[in-house]
Design a protein around this ligand. Structure first.
Ligand code: AFD
Ligand code: MN
Ligand code: MN
Length: 427
């Protein structure tokens, strides 16, 4: 389904008066800020949509196919991301997961993607599941495996993913390993680390010059006793040993409860080793819920450190880090859920851009703790939604993405086009 320009314009016209009233009030309240440059930053900011989040997710207890019209092929996944991008102007790329996605004709896929204004973001390898035609099993790990032939199979898969990515003009490989152990004594931690490092080195040496490798960490699951890339310290160790093209990737759901993620982000940026993000939200573990749905204040505090840390290094907010969503939807329409995630991320970014940096530094330098809190909460508690909406308007997208999605009965359209019982690849 493709949304036409005039459909967006009509929708925007109907909301314009109320939008402008809110925006003008906001501008008046924040007249000391360079609002125009903030809006431009928001227009430039793009968040990649994971190809595996376009269908209904599941848990280990089951999966309820509730939506229908799920994308059956990469082409249909691109179409879905194109729909999101038309609605919000901020979802300009897609992150593929191989072999859940198997690109056949890169030239055609690139042409299709660009017809929706999309590019290909980081490509993801998969050595956490066995493939039907594979010679070896990853039951006891992939890059860490005690068996060299199994490590080799996993290395070759990653190199194949890089090749696929090169053909699609992607420029990053995300490696998430399920490797670890379930019971004490099962694994020699040091050997597992060394095997993993050696394997990653081989993959790293196949990276093109302008590529990045993101080493994603996760505290637990599917292994429950140890994980071989279990936290940011371990990821940073691998990334540091590998070299300048390797970075740590932070997935918000991959920490032990109550971890101070904003502090992790700040220090990774200080070290020049933060590569990118997988946004989602969680209450307990790797819940993969809609970004900002449970802990919006935490999301804001993370962006506050991101903006502060990127500015300290003179980094380009939109381009120098990889911004991706990694979510799963069990009870919502995946496309509505993704629209909500992108909106929450943009809002947290906008809030961070509104923070009175000078006053905050002054409060910090004088140990004025109460003032520091006032400054942060003043922005967090201000309603900045009209600024984000204005950025969408200027990008030619919809003032209310979900509103228009529903008005145009997008899901029904997709069901009619693809059928009720389609299932997208993924977990
Ligand atoms: C995992 C990781 C990783 C992986 C994805 C698969 O976050 O990013 O690609 O989920 O669904 O938990
Ligand atoms: Mn992830
Ligand atoms: Mn995850």
């Amino acid at each position: 389904m493709k949304i036409e320009h005039n459909q967006i314009e009509q929708h925007n016209d109907s909301l314009l008066t109320s939008h402008q009233r809110k925006l003008n009030n906001l501008k008046a309240d924040w007249s000391h800020l360079d609002i125009e440059s903030i809006i431009q930053k928001l227009v430039d900011f793009q968040i990649a949509i994971p190809s595996w989040a376009l269908g209904t997710g599941g848990t280990r207890f089951g999966r309820f196919a509730i939506t229908g019209g799920e994308p059956r092929t990469i082409e249909e996944k691109i179409e879905d991301v194109g729909l999101l991008h038309a609605l919000n102007g901020a979802s300009g790329s897609i992150s593929l997961h191989i072999p859940w996605d198997i690109p056949q004709n890169a030239t055609e896929l690139k042409a299709l993607a660009s017809s929706y204004g999309l590019t290909f973001d980081a490509v993801n390898s998969n050595t956490f599941q066995d493939q039907a035609d594979a010679a070896h099993s990853y039951k006891f790990g992939s890059l860490q495996n005690v068996n060299k032939a199994i490590r080799k199979q996993a290395i070759e898969h990653n190199i194949e993913v890089i090749k696929q990515g090169v053909a699609l003009d992607s420029n990053a490989l995300t490696v998430w390993l399920a490797d670890g152990s379930c019971f004490p004594g099962q694994l020699n931690f040091r050997k597992a680390f060394e095997n993993t490092l050696e394997s990653l080195e081989e993959i790293y040496s196949a990276l093109p010059e302008d590529w990045k490798m993101f080493v994603e960490y996760k505290a637990f699951e599917p292994n429950f006793y140890s994980t071989t890339v279990g936290d940011w310290g371990q990821s940073l160790l691998y990334a540091s040993k590998l070299g300048k093209k390797a970075y740590t990737l932070v997935d918000l759901g991959h920490h032990l409860p109550n971890a101070n993620i904003e502090q992790i982000v700040s220090l990774l940026l200080m070290e020049g080793k933060l590569g990118g993000f997988h946004f989602n939200d969680s209450k307990y573990g790797d819940d993969d819920l809609t970004a900002g749905s449970i802990k919006p204040y935490q999301l804001f505090l993370i962006f506050n450190e991101l903006v502060e840390g990127m500015d300290a290094k003179g980094m380009n907010h939109a381009k120098d880090l990889g911004w991706m969503i990694d979510a799963s939807h069990n009870v919502k329409d995946p496309l509505e859920d993704l629209l909500q995630s992108v909106e929450a991320i943009m809002l947290a970014y906008a809030q961070a851009l509104f923070v009175d940096r000078k006053a905050l530094i002054e409060a910090q330098e004088t140990n004025d703790v109460a003032k520091a809190q006032e400054i942060l909460q003043n922005t967090f508690r201000s309603d900045l939604r009209s600024i984000v909406a204005e950025a969408r308007l200027r990008a030619g997208a919809a003032l209310s993405p979900i509103g228009l999605y529903r008005n145009l009965s997008c899901r029904n359209n997709l069901v009619q086009q693809r059928g009720q019982k389609t299932v997208a690849t993924g977990l």
